[in-house]
Design a protein around this ligand. Structure first.
Ligand SMILES: C[S@@+](CC[C@H](N)C(=O)[O-])C[C@H]1O[C@@H](n2cnc3c(N)ncnc32)[C@H](O)[C@@H]1O
Length: 239
């Protein structure tokens, strides 16, 4: 069921996940948050609006940052958010670590997970909070048609168990971990279906349109949801 018709998240972990992370971290207007791979900026705007905290929102895509900036203006929180269009792999925030670091929507997979977790740890203040969401495989027996959509030469997905091991190795202690409910996927694909009507930008490309139509088809018609899940985790830095 679509529960958030206006979601701009480009992942199944939406508004509730960002807010849950912020509540664990007890954000206040004095808090500082880093949004790694902020996409269209819904997470950054939601936190700034709800908690009046300061957010640094980084994404490698200029187009996404431009959209995120306008969203922040529309929601009257642009003065609370610092946007940067840059590659996180070249960034260094270790001198001024954050109270909460968010890595929603599989940005860890784009950065390679161990590297992403190691950077997230360096950028989280001592005893600070880290929250992420990412695609995981739910079973070893995934039909080829489903596997081809969600995995390729570049992306081989983790499982809940392998993420638990990586988090412990990276110095994080898990405080909350769940699979995103079906409504999260429905909100995500409803947003993607809206974007597939775009006539300019990333989603205007015919190949992107076809790829997303296929993914949506495989997820629902071939019941991809039985084999892939979206893991959401809130963790605390312990070393
Ligand atoms: C699936 S989107 C998730 C966006 C957002 N966090 C959300 O949940 O809606 C992943 C984002 O990570 C960004 N990204 C990927 N690699 C990155 C990198 N090395 N540095 C900064 N951003 C990156 C992409 O441009 C994309 O916007």
């Amino acid at each position: 069921m679509v529960t958030d018709l206006h979601s701009n998240y480009s992942s199944p972990a939406g508004r509730e996940c960002s807010l849950a992370a912020a509540r664990f971290a007890l954000l206040t207007p004095a808090s500082r948050v880093l949004d790694m791979g902020c996409g269209y900026g819904d997470g950054a705007s939601n936190l700034a609006r709800e908690f009046r905290c300061k957010v640094t929102a980084v994404d490698i895509s200029e187009e996404n940052i431009e959209f995120a900036r306008s969203l922040a203006v529309e929601r009257s929180v642009s003065h609370l958010i610092t946007f940067a269009a840059s590659n996180l792999l070249n960034a260094d925030f270790s001198k001024e670590p954050f109270d909460l670091v968010l890595a929603e929507g599989g940005v860890l997979s784009f950065m390679t997970r161990e590297k992403g977790l190691s950077l997230a740890n360096q950028w989280t203040a001592p005893r600070g909070w880290f929250a992420f969401s990412d695609l995981v495989l739910l079973t070893e027996k995934v039909p080829d048609e489903v596997k081809r959509i969600f995995e390729d030469e570049k992306y081989h997905y983790e499982t809940e168990a392998s993420y638990r091991t990586m988090l412990a190795a990276a110095g994080f202690d898990i405080q909350f971990l769940c699979l995103v409910p079906q409504s999260g996927w429905d909100n995500y694909y409803a947003h993607m279906a809206r974007r597939l009507e775009d006539e300019k930008g990333f989603f205007a490309d015919k190949r992107i349109k076809l790829a997303f139509h296929k993914e949506i088809d495989v997820f629902y018609r071939l019941e991809g949801f039985r084999y892939v899940g979206y893991l959401f985790c809130i963790a605390r830095k312990v070393r």
